[in-house]
Design a binder for this molecule. Structure first.
Ligand SMILES: *[C@@H]1O[C@H](CO)[C@@H](O)[C@H](O)[C@H]1NC(C)=O
Ligand SMILES: *[C@@H]1O[C@H](CO)[C@@H](O)[C@H](O)[C@H]1NC(C)=O
Length: 147
């Protein structure tokens, strides 16, 4: 009996440390229409599960200030679309361009990216992942407008 309770305690402890390790990043995106009418934000945890928009807004641009959405996310649209990236007028925020603009039904993200000013290569010059929003220059992820 004593053995059993000890075993359970260890099991719980292991469960907690696994849960802490599996912390996923969250992509805080904003879906924008032409003219920015009815644009809306969406939080997408990078756990591989699609987050549905429940919106028919014809989306032209998706702001992606803190996650590499174009590379690490699957953007589901109602029709065929070409996806590319651009930088918003603030000179910093990366955006996904949807051509032609159309309804986005869901976004699913998976993987990790390095936050701005974080180290993007280790001491052996091995990549630590893509930058969430910027460029890897001199071992740090730097904002697009101030490399
Ligand atoms: C768990 O997190 C620790 C500390 O952040 C890290 O060193 C380790 O590699 C992680 N393990 C896995 C399996 O992700
Ligand atoms: C995507 O771009 C290619 C090359 O410019 C073009 O031929 C194609 O028609 C485009 N597709 C859509 C859905 O706009």
């Amino acid at each position: 009996m004593k053995f059993l309770s000890c075993f359970v305690a260890i099991g719980l402890f292991a469960g907690v440390s696994i849960a802490q390790n599996s912390t996923v990043q969250i992509a805080h995106v904003t879906l924008r229409s032409e003219g920015d009418d009815h644009s809306f934000p969406l939080d997408v945890p990078a756990n591989g599960k699609p987050v549905f928009t429940y919106s028919t807004l014809p989306v032209q641009l998706i702001d992606a200030p803190d996650y590499d959405v174009l590379q690490l996310c699957a953007i589901q649209t109602v029709g065929p679309a070409n996806l590319s990236s651009t930088i918003a007028s603030d000179g910093v925020t990366q955006q996904v361009v949807i051509d032609p603009p159309q309804t986005v039904t869901s976004i699913a993200c998976q993987g990790t990216c390095v936050e701005t000013w974080g180290a993007c290569v280790d001491a052996n010059a091995q990549s630590l992942g893509p930058c969430c929003n910027g460029l890897c220059i001199a071992s740090r992820c730097r904002p697009f407008n101030q490399p």
